[in-house]
Design a protein around this ligand. Structure first.
Ligand SMILES: NC(=O)c1ccc[n+]([C@@H]2O[C@H](COP(=O)([O-])OP(=O)(O)OC[C@H]3O[C@@H](n4cnc5c(N)ncnc54)[C@H](OP(=O)(O)O)[C@@H]3O)[C@@H](O)[C@H]2O)c1
Length: 288
């Protein structure tokens, strides 16, 4: 199959690039905003026609959660308008769209993991745009997998793990929110799961939504303690409440996603968050 990956310089796109280097089964085409802006309908159409695209894995997104409150127009262009372009183009070319969405489509008021069918109720501009992007993909009728994930991190790009490690190098103590619970996801694990879904499905018609994170649930505070322990950092970590750390965009208090559907559908065993965190930190150390 000819696979187009958008947003290839981001966290998830970078992990897909690593997998593709040892995957001779498919032809992979990697693009980012400098080579193909997903908001540019003509550029997208040209790319699909010129490369006979069978699958588009959309890793491109507007992901600046707080900035989205002030830049709603740009967030809408990338997270709503562009997925609509991609879905219409996929429909026209009979291609499969693999789209990534987020736990932020939920309100975070639950006390048990959100199932794929749980009602959405986004509380932030970012969450609203991602939810609208999902809706337009479903409505387009194109073949699609929508995979919601959460708390994504990797050895590249900006993310919580790297931020905590760099703070640990410059501060004696840090305050971290201890009343928000979710599940971290190593971008490499998600990339592997996407490729598995793809290989299993091939070009068969599909209209499915899944949840994928690493296994387990944890607060940002406990996650930070684990990062410090694994990296043997001496920095003291203090638990604080969400009220003590105000952010422009509201964060879900509880955003654990129920993984049972993807595990049953794709027959995958999902690694626990700590196991994957250790592997990512090993990669970070190799890069130093
Ligand atoms: N990060 C998380 O914690 C998290 C959590 C849940 C879900 N997700 C979802 O997971 C997916 C992957 O996230 P990620 O963390 O890998 O994102 P990321 O690191 O922010 O990467 C996104 C990439 O898309 C590019 N991009 C932005 N606008 C574009 C456009 N108009 N055309 C083409 N490319 C464009 C970005 O380029 P620039 O950097 O130049 O803008 C960047 O290279 C996204 O759908 C995101 O919503 C992420």
């Amino acid at each position: 199959m000819n696979i187009l990956v958008t947003g290839c310089k981001g966290q998830l796109g970078t992990e897909l690039q690593k997998i593709a280097t040892s995957d001779a089964r498919h032809f992979w085409l990697f693009t980012d905003v400098d080579t193909m802006d997903i908001c540019d309908k003509e550029a997208v159409e040209h790319c699909f026609s010129a490369n006979d695209i069978d699958v588009c894995i959309n890793c491109a997104a507007y992901t600046a959660v707080d900035k989205a409150e002030d830049e709603s127009e740009l967030a809408e262009r990338v997270n709503v308008y562009a997925p609509q372009i991609l879905s219409e183009t996929c429909l026209k070319h009979d291609a499969l769209l693999m789209h990534i969405s987020t736990d932020y489509v939920f309100d975070g008021d639950a006390d048990e993991p959100y199932s794929v069918d749980a009602p959405i109720n986004p509380q932030s501009m970012y969450g609203k745009t991602k939810a609208e992007g999902e809706r337009l993909i479903r409505e387009s009728g194109c073949n699609h997998f929508i995979v919601r994930t959460a708390w994504l991190y990797s050895a590249t790009g900006k993310n919580f793990v790297k931020t905590m490690l760099s703070l640990a190098d410059t501060r004696d103590e840090i305050n971290v929110v201890a009343d928000q619970k979710g599940c971290p996801t190593w971008a490499y694990d998600l990339a592997c799961a996407l490729v598995r879904l793809l290989n299993q499905n091939g070009k068969k018609p599909v209209h499915e939504t899944f949840h994928y994170t690493n296994e387990g649930q944890i607060t940002w505070y406990d996650f930070t303690l684990a990062i410090m322990e694994i990296c043997e950092k001496q920095c003291k970590v203090n638990p604080i409440t969400t009220d003590q750390y105000p952010t422009k965009a509201k964060r879900p208090a509880y955003s654990v996603l129920d993984l049972s559907k993807i595990k049953a559908y794709a027959g995958i065993k999902i690694p626990f968050w700590r196991e994957s965190l250790i592997k990512c930190i090993e990669e970070l150390k190799r890069k130093q």
